[in-house]
Design a protein around this ligand. Structure first.
Ligand code: HEC
Ligand code: HEC
Length: 413
């Protein structure tokens, strides 16, 4: 019997089975014959990878997600920019506004929301912002994040969703898109764009973005030992009176499960890092979380919008030794400087901040004066006063830096 004479429902089932079968074949083919960097990816993840590496989506062409998020560099990078902290965009003479974050472990960030937190010491409850993508959480999820860089004039500068979908439709992996999402995928631009974004998010959520393959992970599971210097650093990192790093770069002290050690809880804090000397002059200060569009509608009653200015999302510290420069504005090139900044920001501010015309040190100079009060000056390690002794000595700063280097993922072995 010819397929044409089958009842419609049967035909639909058959074609579904065919799609499922071809996805299966594709999956099997991907395992066996694909290049090493494509192995182990499900079809939707492979599709996401193709989009992620597609340089034809930018205007002019030439810049892909992967240009700024390079696999060999923990998915961080700057597209060959002359200023490491600000990535080069697709259009001539464009530079990004923030430092590129690693995409490793980004899929663990929950959607942006306010959650109730109880202070373990005081029992006081308050609503705090958590999660989202970007330093200010403005994209709720990885899927919603994709359109950000595509349409940012300083990044990929694509014209419209239609333009992006058209480029993919006439490109080399259009067939893969049909295989994954069905023959009708190109019928509606908006729907196709959402599916394409989901594929990118699937790729970013695939296990290569969270291999948990660092020396620290092996140590947690009793498969490797840390050196005495690294162990000293780890102890200082956890100690609530010394580094106290764990209170924001979170790990569950009783757990040997790497998944309980993401080194962030995706909350927000104002660190008061110095202004980047090559920041564009005249550019408006980066206010972080409070500039998230529509935040005013999300904040709980009685909280002021401007109390969130200067706060940025706590980054994971996994792979941090590979992701220089540091902080949202990329002001620090060396990891040990970041740790030293924590220790001496308030005890020796002249080491980090410039002097103003009256000769006094302009602390927290990357924020407008009226908002500098938002910077956290109450939590260890940055609760010290001018000329007090810092929480961490130079030797202790070195030990913490050595510990942070154990968080670099290695090839699976
Ligand atoms: C020109 C460089 C550049 C390109 C191209 C680029 N990004 Fe980014 N990416 C950045 C920068 C800079 C940020 C931080 C921006 C911010 O927080 O406002 C970022 C942030 C992100 C984040 C948030 C991570 C986190 O932890 O908050 C994700 C996810 C991401 N990019 C994925 C992508 C995808 C997917 C593409 C391609 C569609 C892409 N990026 C293209 C530079 C780039
Ligand atoms: C009160 C919360 C808090 C504490 C405590 C804290 N951090 Fe952070 N950390 C943050 C936030 C928020 C950022 C991002 C700030 C920004 O981009 O401006 C950050 C950024 C960093 C970075 C830069 C990472 C990158 O990829 O750019 C490093 C490294 C770091 N912290 C290490 C530490 C160490 C080591 C300690 C302990 C000595 C520590 N932190 C304590 C909140 C905290």
């Amino acid at each position: 019997m010819a397929a044409g004479s089958l009842p419609r429902r049967v035909r639909r089932r058959l074609s579904f089975a065919l799609v499922a079968f071809s996805v299966f074949i594709l999956n099997a083919a991907a395992q066996e014959t694909s290049p090493p960097d494509e192995q182990g990816l499900a079809p939707i993840e492979l599709l996401g990878k193709r989009v992620f590496e597609d340089k034809t989506l930018s205007r002019p062409q030439g810049v892909a997600c992967a240009s700024c998020h390079q696999a060999q560099q923990a998915y961080q990078g700057n597209n060959g920019s002359s200023i490491a902290a600000f990535a080069r965009g697709a259009a001539p003479n464009t530079l990004g506004k923030r430092n590129t974050p690693t995409l490793m472990y980004a899929s663990f960030s929950p959607p942006f929301s306010f959650v109730e937190e109880k202070d373990v010491r005081t029992g006081h409850r308050e609503m705090i912002p958590v999660g989202g993508q970007f330093f200010d959480g403005r994209a709720a999820t990885l899927t919603e994040q994709v359109e950000g860089p595509l349409f940012d004039p300083d990044e990929m500068n694509a014209a419209s969703k239609k333009d992006v979908v058209d480029a993919i439709r006439s490109g080399p992996y259009a067939e893969l898109l049909r295989q994954v999402f069905g023959e009708n995928i190109f019928n509606n631009y908006n729907e196709a764009f959402v599916k394409i974004s989901q594929a990118v998010a699937s790729f970013e959520s695939s296990s290569r973005f969270h291999p948990f393959s660092s020396k620290f992970d092996d140590y947690l599971q009793g498969k490797a030992e840390l050196t005495s210097q690294e162990l000293k650093g780890f102890a200082l990192f956890k100690d609530p009176k010394k580094g106290n790093c764990l209170s924001c770069h979170v790990g569950k002290e009783t757990s040997h499960n790497p998944q309980d050690w993401l080194f962030t809880d995706y909350t927000y804090d104002a660190l008061g890092g110095p202004k980047h000397q090559q920041a564009r002059s005249g550019s408006r200060p980066d206010l972080g979380l409070c500039a998230q569009p529509d935040l005013a509608k999300k904040i709980p009653a009685q909280m002021r919008l401007d109390s969130f200015c200067g706060a940025f999302k706590v980054p994971t510290l996994r792979n941090v030794a590979q992701t220089s420069p540091y902080l949202h504005n990329g002001v620090f090139a060396n990891l040990s400087d970041v740790v030293a900044f924590y220790a001496t920001r308030d005890t020796q501010p002249a080491r980090w901040f410039p002097r103003n015309s009256k000769g006094s040190v302009e602390k927290f100079n990357d924020l407008p004066r009226s908002l500098r009060r938002n910077v956290n000056v109450s939590e260890v390690p940055y609760d010290r006063k001018l000329n007090q002794s810092p929480r961490l000595s130079e030797a202790e700063i070195s030990a913490i830096t050595a510990f942070l280097a154990t968080l670099t993922d290695r090839e699976k072995h």
